[in-house]
Design a protein around this ligand. Structure first.
Ligand code: UDX
Length: 444
């Protein structure tokens, strides 16, 4: 099959590479010429395990190509995926400018039947806007060309994106006629193995499914962070509570790890956007508002613990920060708790020595050079001479460090663990003052 993907960002690139991997001819289009040039050279602008291999391999085989020529993209594929960004605008709603610009281009250049597939996370009703846009452009051209619009949300996780695409738990497709449903089923048949994963539904339900999934997961996290905060106050241990509730199969163990709050490009944006959509339709989405508020406070709560420990003043202090990415296996720092913590520490007059296994370049891009910021060469270098260690991302390399070294190189043996990766008993035996999230000082 011939497939065009508009937008060579995270979702577009993974989608394009994975469709090529199963034998399709894929043309990825992006208006950023620099990005396209890099991709043609096999230089992948994002960190995603396994992605580079399949991009390079499929480019070599000629199944995956890149261009900035929009017209060529519209002529190429029967399937036209829209996978461009939908950043939040000032009020938190998704900004559809890029999505509608692609729709306009499709309307301008299409010469025969096309299936236009929304892969970007877009608010309910966007498929109608895309359809209207294409229709109005065709009308202005006086061209009577048939087309369909489909909603096909993506559920991939950063760090596991290739695997999530190749072995999806479900393939959600919103369609409004049987022909498109069958064309989509055919396109996805290589990924629809062992049991039926293809879920066809009406377009609005498909659009809402994406927001509902991410908001439900974000809700689980904020709920658990709230239980952690209650645990701290009543003298309970959230780890015990987590095991106690997770073993109820109706609740389950996933996404109930308390921490410094969720970040990334999806949860914060999607919870906000769904709340705004609800409001637009006259509904006050109180759970979503609370999920967001708890998450905001959670990112700041570790700063309050640090401040309390140091008697309320952090002026002139230095903190080692282990972990900048919003989660392990990515260099993504969008909405990362690290940013809130670091910026709060700066505001309080402290300096930071930061280390992350892959997000150092990203941090430099965001913060550049500053007197109160030192980019450490390794975890040990970050700790050197710091007043305390603050762990913000649960990278493997941070899980079993040389604690003797940490103790020797810190000014005082204090660790603030925002991801609960160390055992409170072990920390006590090793002579550290240890703060974590919602746990009893000595564990259970
Ligand atoms: C998420 C969804 O999982 C994915 O299906 C969707 O398509 C995009 O958004 P992603 O943002 O890559 O994926 O990250 P994910 O692994 O889901 O983690 C999100 C955030 O939640 C991270 O900051 C993580 O640290 C946090 N988290 C996750 C917790 O704090 N506790 C948990 O128990 C789980």
């Amino acid at each position: 099959m011939k497939i065009t993907i508009f937008g060579s960002g995270y979702v577009g690139l993974v989608t394009g590479a994975c469709f090529a991997e199963v034998g399709n001819e894929v043309l990825c289009v992006d208006i950023d010429q620099n990005k396209i040039n890099r991709l043609k050279e096999g230089d992948i602008p994002i960190y995603e395990p396994g992605l580079e291999d399949i991009v390079v391999e499929n480019s070599r085989e000629g199944r995956l190509r890149f261009t900035s020529d929009i017209e060529e993209g519209v002529q190429f594929g029967l399937y036209q995926f829209i996978a461009v960004g939908t950043p939040p605008d000032e009020d938190g709603s998704a900004d559809l400018r890029h999505v509608l610009a692609v729709a306009e281009s499709i309307g301008e250049h299409m010469q025969e039947y096309r299936i236009v597939i929304n892969k970007s996370t877009v608010p309910v009703g966007t498929a109608d806007l895309v359809r209207d846009k294409i229709s109005s452009v065709l009308c202005a051209r006086a061209a009577a060309i048939d087309f369909d619009v489909v909603s096909n949300p993506e559920f991939l996780k950063e760090g596991d994106a290739v695997d999530d695409f190749m072995k999806p738990e479900r393939i959600v497709v919103g369609v409004d006629n049987p022909r498109t449903k069958e064309l989509l089923r055919f396109l996805y048949s290589p990924f629809n193995r062992s049991h039926e994963r293809f879920l066809a539904m009406d377009i609005r339900s498909a659009e809402l499914t994406k927001y509902a999934a991410n908001s439900m997961l974000a809700t689980k996290i904020s709920f658990m962070n709230e239980i952690a905060n209650i645990s701290e106050r009543v003298g309970a241990d959230v780890e015990a509570v987590r095991r106690g509730i997770g073993s109820d199969s109706r609740i389950g163990f996933s996404f109930i790890y308390p921490g410094v709050g969720y970040g990334g490009s999806c949860f914060p944006k999607d919870v906000q956007a769904l709340e705004r959509t609800a409001r637009k339709y006259g509904y006050d989405a109180r759970i979503l508002q609370a999920v967001e508020a708890v998450n905001h406070d959670q990112k700041n709560s570790i700063v309050a613990k640090i401040s309390d420990h140091f008697g309320g003043s952090l002026k002139g202090r230095t903190f080692a920060i282990w972990g900048l990415a919003f989660k392990p296996n990515t260099d993504d720092m969008r909405e990362a708790p690290s940013r809130v913590v670091i910026e709060a520490l700066w505001k309080a007059g402290a300096s930071v020595r930061v280390y992350d296994p892959v997000a150092m370049e990203e941090a430099e891009r965001i913060y550049g050079k500053r007197e109160d910021l030192y980019y450490a060469a390794n975890p040990e270098d970050a700790v050197m001479g710091s007043d305390a260690l603050v762990v913000l991302t649960e990278w493997m390399v941070f899980r079993s460090p040389d604690f003797e070294m940490v103790k020797r190189d810190l000014k005082s043996p204090v660790i603030f663990d925002g991801r609960n990766i160390y055992s409170p008993e072990f920390m006590e035996q090793s002579g550290f003052t240890y703060y974590s999230i919602g746990r009893l000082p000595r564990g259970v």
